[in-house]
Design a binder for this molecule. Structure first.
Ligand code: FES
Length: 94
């Protein structure tokens, strides 16, 4: 099932992809072949972090606070909780 639309922003480019609500944001980024940063795949290192510019995700760290200014999250640990996500890697790595 690919019922979530996701826009990735990485290296100044935008890539639109579809993903399942049951896969992680990082898995979707890998399938979209955008070359996302990652290392441990266990929510430890933080190298997969991105900023959630639109939409909602859930993670083992709890829901990303949509009221917070800092919407950085670990993509390897996050699954979509809305039908649209906008995930910006560039903002997390500056
Ligand atoms: S890859 Fe290490 S925290 Fe996601």
């Amino acid at each position: 099932m690919s019922d979530v639309k996701v826009v990735f922003v990485i290296n100044g480019k935008e890539v639109t992809a579809s993903m399942s609500e049951y896969e992680s944001v990082l898995e979707a980024a890998l399938k979209a072949k955008i070359g996302p940063p990652y290392s441990c795949l266990e929510g430890v290192c933080g190298s997969c972090s991105a900023v959630l510019e639109d939409g909602e995700v859930d993670s083992i760290e709890g829901r990303v606070n949509t009221e917070s200014r800092d919407r950085t999250f670990k993509t390897c640990m996050a699954q979509p909780k809305s039908k649209f996500l906008r995930v910006n890697y560039d903002k997390a790595n500056t």
